[in-house]
Structures are given as structure tokens and as C-alpha cells.
Design a protein around this ligand. Structure first.
Ligand code: NAD
Ligand code: DAU
Length: 360
């Protein structure tokens, strides 16, 4: 039975990955979820798996090398799937230091501890071990509106403190591969959406605000382009790279689904109106007049677009979920989990929202 050490498994993509893996492998794998439970980590995301005998949650900070070393000492970990990070660009612009600490130092700690646990005396590694570093397309910088894609060979050109910290963490992984022959893969994925996404990110924020008749903030001219991928397709890609990825390689993950932000907002409003039954009071709150153009994000990247040719040809990964279906599934999930949204938007969220949007 393989043991997966998942970091950041209580966050958006990590929790979806854990659900995906248990749906696929059921009792034939073991998952240890290590998460510090920052504002973005939520054990409610994992309620349905918490009683499984093959699942363990450990509250720990990835920058705490003693705590992480102890987890490796006490468990025979086969795969590390490293999601834990500070992930929101706007927060990184306001407070960069925690991004550098968690994303750079935290990754260094994970790499050191995995290496110490897996390396043999002669510098080779125990058979079958792998470190999968989950990264982002933002490390490649920004593309022109009229063309081009991010390939694995595209030079790194990060612009925000977030993407610079992720680029640094990628470089550390590459350095461990080159220096120590460390068994790792990196995946660089485009924007994810789906269940459990924290409503600081565009799609859940717009869904939540629209349902409450609140302003829908659009940064700049609303024409920045992101390449959206349903989160289960990302989880499937990570699983396939763990199984089939060549050691030391990087794989871009994305599904050629580019949309301008303003288009996304109109699609969400259309879909909400299509899905809410006649007579539902919330229909009266939903209006295009809520769309409010606000001050642009500093250093706002114009366009991201992934070329997924390598993962498709080498590994056979392709996205399965069309955006029109994924957005319906996402909205249906939010309708069924009103308590989840109410819980995560109580307390500190309101303070975050006021600080972030008051001058916009
Ligand atoms: P998220 O912010 O929803 O979750 C991050 C998780 O990491 C949380 O559970 C949090 O508690 C945990 N965490 C934060 N600091 C920690 C620390 N010091 N020690 C232990 N745990 C800590 O993030 P997400 O959107 O799920 O992203 C997960 C990963 O995927 C990140 O590495 C991110 O860079 C990458 N990624 C995200 C996207 C996207 O669209 N969201 C796309 C590509 C790549
Ligand atoms: O590309 C992958 C990245 O996608 C991940 O690495 C990041 O962790 C993830 O947060 C995401 O980054 P973005 O900055 O692209 O996502 P966000 O949802 O914050 O913003 C998407 C776009 O929408 C971006 O162009 C900014 C814009 N936006 C965002 C918010 C929150 C708005 O116009 N208004 C908003 O209120």
C-alpha cells in the first residue's frame, strides 16, 4: 500500500485531490495530510474522509523542520504531494514576507526532510519514491493578448511576490534534481475552479457576492485572460504525473480554456439565473448593475495560457470537464453548501474584504 504525504490538504486543491484519490483508489492507498490550518485551510473540506482508517491529519507547519522530520521518521512515505503554500496574489502584494517564508523556506524544509528519509548511503534513492511539487503557470510571467503559450521551456519571469516565491520554490526543486539526483516532478498548472475554493479568488467571490446582491469588483478593464481548469482535472493530472512522469521533468497542466475576467462574470450571472428556480428570492438580487470596475491589481499579468502538449503526448492526460459543465457543477456545489460559505465568510473574512476592497 503506497503512502502519500499531502501538504496543504485542507486547502482548495489539496482537499479536492484527497477526495479524488479516495474515490479512485479507495482502501488501497494511505494519505497523511499535513496542514498548518491557516485562514485557507479548513477541515470541514474533509469531513467525509476524516474517519477513514487510511487517512491521517497532522497539524504542522511546513517551515517547522523538526515537526516535518518527525513525520518522515514515523511513516514510510512513498510520495510527497506538495500543495501547501500561500496562494493569493492580492495578499502577496500587501504582505509578501509570509509568502517567502511558507513557499520558499517551507519547500526547502520539505525537500530536505524527504531527501534525508529517502537517500541511501551511496547517494541513490529508495526505489519508487517521488516528490511532486505543485506549482503554477504564473512563474512564466505574462503573455501578449494576441498569441503565444507557456511551454515547459518558457523562461521564468514572475511578477508578483506570490509568483516570485513559487518560481523560487520551483528552482529549489530543480536544484535538488540536478545536485542530488533527487526524485521529483514539478507540475505548473493554470487557474483552477471548483468546490471548496476560498471566496478571495475570482469565481467563488463573484458567485457569493452575486447571490447577496453585492458589488462585483472587476480589476482594470476586465480583459485580463486566465486559462481555467476544473479542479478534478488538475487532481487527475497530478495523479498521472506521479504514476507516469519521468523523474526530474516538469509538466504543464491546462486545458486551452482562455477567458477574459469580464466574460467569466457574465457566464456566472447567466448560469446563476439559469439554475435558480423561478420564485427564488435571490433572483431579484442578481443584476449586471452590480458589475463595478475598480482600481487594477498592481503588476497585473495580462494573459496566461498553457500549452499542455507534453503531458498529453507523454502521459496521456487531457481535461475532461468543459467550462460550461464545470461552472454548473461548481455553482450547484455552492448552492448545496451554503453553510460552508457562511462559515468561511464569517469572522476574519469580512476584515480581509474591507481592507482589500475599501479603496478600490
Ligand atoms: P489554498 O490557499 O486554498 O490552500 C493552501 C493550503 O496550504 C491551506 O490548507 C493552508 O492551511 C496550507 N498552508 C499554508 N501555509 C502553510 C504552512 N506554512 N504549513 C502547512 N500548511 C500550510 O491554495 P490552493 O489554491 O489549493 O493551491 C494549492 C497549491 O496549488 C499551491 O501551491 C498553489 O501555488 C498551487 N496552484 C494553485 C492554483 C489555483 O488556481 N488555485 C493553480 C496552480 C497551482
Ligand atoms: O494561474 C494560476 C494561479 O491562479 C494560481 O497560482 C493562484 O494560486 C491562484 O490564486 C490564481 O491566481 P489569479 O491571480 O489568476 O486568480 P484570482 O482568482 O485572484 O484572479 C483571477 C483574475 O480575476 C485576475 O486577473 C484578477 C481578477 N480579479 C480577481 C479578484 C479576486 C478581479 O477582477 N476581481 C477580483 O475581485
Amino acid at each position: 500500500m503506497k503512502t502519500y504525504l499531502v501538504t496543504g490538504g485542507a486547502g482548495f486543491i489539496g482537499s479536492n485531490f484527497i477526495h479524488y484519490m479516495f474515490r479512485k483508489y479507495n482502501d488501497t492507498i494511505r494519505i497523511i495530510n499535513v496542514d498548518a490550518l491557516t485562514y485557507a485551510g479548513n477541515l470541514e473540506n474533509l469531513k467525509s474522509v476524516e474517519d477513514r482508517e487510511n487517512y491521517t491529519f497532522i497539524k504542522a507547519d511546513i517551515t517547522d523542520s523538526a515537526a516535518i522530520a518527525e513525520i518522515f521518521d514515523q511513516n514510510d512515505v512513498d510520495y510527497v504531494v506538495h500543495f501547501a503554500a500561500e496562494s493569493h496574489v492580492d495578499r502577496s502584494i500587501k504582505s509578501p514576507e509570509v509568502f517567502i517564508k511558507t513557499n520558499v523556506l517551507g519547500t526547502a524544509v520539505m525537500l530536505n526532510c524527504a531527501r534525508a528519509a529517502w537517500e541511501n548511503a551511496d547517494g541513490s534513492y529508495q526505489e519508487g519514491k517521488k516528490f511532486l511539487h505543485v506549482s503554477t503557470d504564473e512563474v512564466y510571467g505574462s503573455l501578449d493578448e494576441d498569441g503565444g503559450y507557456f511551454y515547459e521551456t518558457t523562461p521564468y519571469a514572475p511578477h508578483s511576490p506570490y509568483s516570485a516565491s513559487k518560481a523560487s520554490s520551483d528552482m529549489l526543486v530543480k536544484a535538488y534534481v540536478d545536485t542530488y539526483r533527487f526524485p521529483a516532478n514539478i507540475t505548473n498548472c493554470s487557474n483552477n475552479y471548483g468546490p471548496y475554493q476560498f471566496p478571495e479568488k475570482l469565481i467563488p467571490l463573484i458567485i457569493n457576492n452575486a447571490l447577496h446582491g453585492r458589488k462585483l469588483p472587476v480589476y482594470g478593464d476586465g480583459k485580463n485572460v486566465r486559462d481555467w481548469l476544473y479542479v478534478d482535472d488538475h487532481a487527475k493530472g497530478i495523479d498521472m504525473v506521479i504514476e507516469k512522469g519521468r523523474l526530474g521533468e516538469t509538466y504543464n497542466i491546462g486545458g486551452h480554456n482562455e477567458k477574459q475576467n469580464i466574460e467569466i462574470i457574465h457566464i456566472i450571472l447567466d448560469t446563476l439565473l439559469e439554475m435558480l428556480p423561478e420564485g427564488d428570492e435571490r433572483r431579484k438580487l442578481i443584476s449586471r448593475d452590480l458589475i463595478t470596475y475598480v482600481e487594477d491589481r498592481k503588476g497585473h499579468d495580462r494573459r496566461y495560457a498553457i500549452a499542455p502538449d507534453k503531458i498529453k503526448s507523454e502521459i496521456g492526460w487531457e481535461p475532461e470537464t468543459m467550462f460550461k459543465d464545470g461552472i454548473k457543477k461548481t455553482i450547484a456545489w455552492f448552492f448545496e453548501h451554503e453553510d460552508w460559505m457562511a462559515n468561511v465568510t464569517s469572522g476574519d473574512y469580512q476584515k480581509y474584504y474591507d481592507d482589500m476592497y475599501q479603496n478600490k
